[in-house]
Design a protein around this ligand. Structure first.
Ligand SMILES: [Zn+2]
Length: 369
């Protein structure tokens, strides 16, 4: 396996704005310092590692006791699946530790986000569509076993990103905050009274499956009219395909070819920036349905802030977030929607490793299983 590793500058955080592009590691860290100061949520006893497990790549970073990123490593997830992916996660942590000139015994705890519903208490991943052979994978135990018994905290990847935004990103100091992450699906997470809210069986925050239209578009879960069926990248692309079948013309077919399912969030953003009327109207529809979902959430929970994150929002940028916010402000029940702040995530690609390090810190003091 190939491992890329970079040394973080001590005393800086790796948190950055999403515009770093292909910046070299040096440029990357210069931007990092400018963008964010280390949050207290990342500080604690000893060094910890945060892992962001994705379907294509595994990112790992080591955080110092003051909460700064001291090193990073990247490993390809690969297609073998199963226990090999756990080996690769362990290899990424070992490499990041080596780059930081740390012995593995100096890493006190490890946290990781997983692209699946997980049970943080048992540490078992029941299944994930992104990685083969992870049916009932005892990840906490298997990963800890490959890292000389370092305690491991695991949680759902979107929940981890929301924890990151609350602890070290857009929502620092906010008491009640809801994160909504449109991507392949639509994930979410709830911060209530300053803490992540997990519900009775750890599945709270599945915002993608709230109903916004009775008998509406089919959702991946088998239901109909759910938020995810209108606002995920998949739903956006499916709706575009329908419009094209109906004879509408869009530049998107020139950008990605006939198979629109290959369209990335950046392709949608490019077409929108070129003023493509079909793409603009579909994104407008997405903003409208997101606003309906947000208004319901606001009426139920009365949070101070909604953070929108994930690939779609990151690619579309502030115009999209402002479009959603404008529509929420038109909702009639002003007591909850009027004062509500709606913002884009601040940590970008670093939300995963940052939130993973925060759950490792929380585990150290008994606030996470
Ligand atoms: Zn659903």
């Amino acid at each position: 396996m190939t491992i890329d590793a970079t040394l973080g500058t001590p005393g800086t955080t790796g948190a950055h704005d999403a515009s770093h592009g292909d910046a070299s590691p040096e440029e990357f860290h210069v931007q990092a310092v400018a963008a964010h100061a280390p949050g207290n949520a990342l500080a604690g006893t000893g060094y910890v590692a945060g892992i962001d497990l994705g379907g294509t790549k595994i990112l790992a970073a080591i955080f110092s006791p003051d909460g700064s990123i001291v090193s990073r490593a990247k490993v390809v997830t690969g297609r073998t699946g199963g226990i090999d992916v756990v080996e690769r996660m362990a290899a990424a942590v070992r490499e990041a530790a080596k780059v930081a000139r740390l012995d593995l015994s100096q890493v006190a705890a490890v946290g990781t986000g997983v692209p699946a519903p997980v049970d943080p208490v048992t540490g078992v991943v029941h299944m994930t569509p992104n990685i083969d052979g992870w049916e009932d994978m005892p990840l906490k135990q298997e990963l800890g076993g490959r890292l000389d018994g370092i305690p491991v905290a695991i949680d759902n990847d979107v929940r981890v990103a929301v924890i990151a935004e609350h602890g070290a990103g857009a929502g620092v100091g906010i008491r009640n905050m809801v994160g909504i992450w449109p991507g392949t699906g639509v994930g979410g997470g709830l911060i209530l009274d300053g803490r992540i809210y997990t519900g009775s069986s750890s599945y709270a925050g599945e915002i993608g499956h709230i109903t916004i239209k009775e008998g509406g578009a089919p959702c991946g879960c088998g239901g109909r009219g759910h938020l995810e069926a209108y606002c995920s990248r998949t739903a956006i692309v499916r709706h575009l395909e329908k419009l094209i079948r109906d004879g509408k013309k869009t530049r998107l077919t020139r950008i990605v070819g006939r198979d629109l399912l290959r369209a990335k969030s950046s392709d949608l953003a490019e077409a929108a920036a070129l003023g493509d009327a079909v793409v603009v109207s579909v994104l407008d529809r997405t903003a409208r349905y997101l606003a309906i979902g947000i208004a319901s959430i606001a009426n139920l929970l009365n949070p101070e802030m909604i953070v929108l994150g994930g690939g779609v929002v990151e690619a579309l940028g502030d115009d999209f977030v402002e479009n959603v916010a404008k529509r929420v402000r038109r909702e009639p029940f002003r007591a909850t929607t009027g004062p509500l702040k709606i913002v884009a995530s601040a940590l970008g690609d670093d939300a995963g490793i940052t939130g993973a390090a925060i759950i490792a810190r929380q585990m150290q003091v008994g606030l996470h299983p």
